[in-house]
Design a protein around this ligand. Sequence first.
Ligand SMILES: *Cc1c(COP(=O)(O)O)cnc(C)c1O
Length: 385
Amino acid sequence: MESIPLVHASLGEQELAAVAEVFASGWPAGQGPRGKALEAQLTQKYGVGDAVAVSNCGAALHLALLALGVKPGDEVIVADYTFPAPAQAVRYLDAVPVFADVRPDTGTIDPQAVADLVTARTVGMIAVDTVGLPADYTQLQQIADRHGLFVVEDAACAVGATYQGREAGALAEVGCLSFHGRKGATSGEGGALLAADAKIGADARLRSSFGIGSIFDISEVVGLPIPEFTEIGYNFKLSDIAAAILQVQLGRIGELLARRTAVAARYGELLAGEDLLTVPHVPEDRTHAWQSYMVTLDAGVDRAAVAAELRAQGIGCGHGTWATHVQPVFESKQTCPVSADLFRRNLAIPMHAELSADQVERVVTALRSAVRTHSASSKALGGAA
Ligand SMILES: *Cc1c(COP(=O)(O)O)cnc(C)c1O
């Protein structure tokens, strides 16, 4: 039987041609002509003060917190239901991640939970656009303004999404994007930091290259300028090879997102009447980038059994994302019941731009049958439709 993968990166001839150009140019490393062109493209697309191309979103989050001046012992409130990169980034700086529970209907950080967690040691928050759905930035910004906190938007999954007509990634003073192979636009690995304030961007760019400016720029200067190292930095640069791929991917984002949106709409239609699961809710004031499509299974459905049955038929699926506070590394004593519940019950089903209408129907048929077979009430239902 033909298998239907959970995710599939849409990379092809156009991206290959862009890579060939970089090979011919002789500058495959970072912060060269392609990296600069990508940064200019991002700055323009997002209407921000600066955009810094970096090696991944984890690096972007790290650089964001450094540029915002987070110090050891500071508390940073993070969305709990997410790939745990935000809390990890807080820990890179020996600061304290404080986990905020999420809305049950969207899985995004709950503004009321944030408001309740603010203390004298809180310096800011990292909101997450959960698998591509933007959080409640209007309310989050109000809380931030009231207490003098920063807001970082982890838009790792949200390239192409919108909130109240604005682009995800530019919904807070700093936005972090991922171009990992499982996201909507990809160069295999990659990321970007978007900053409203150009000074934040400049700080991040400097620290992304060992604390000195672009080696490409230095090599272009006539004479022998010898740059000095003034900061401890990292090597978080994005290669020009990856930048070239991303320029093509960003040009295709409308087309790729339209295809994922059509898949989501069809799943929504076909699964609407299924009372053993809930399909994703997208509030009226925002659009979803559909990095993943997660259904929430009824509490009486055996998720592991459903997943095993789908996988046995070659249909990719997974648990979706994580409740961060229960990850052993954080040794948290907090509870985030909504996040923990979504972590137990959500199931991610195939979502990418290459899915055909037939494949979507096959997934739905298999899922419908599996949830009925593996629900606590399956005997009572007697398999009826
Ligand atoms: C994927 C992801 C990251 C990590 O992105 P990388 O580019 O792999 O570092 C961070 N945050 C969220 C919400 C993610 O989904």
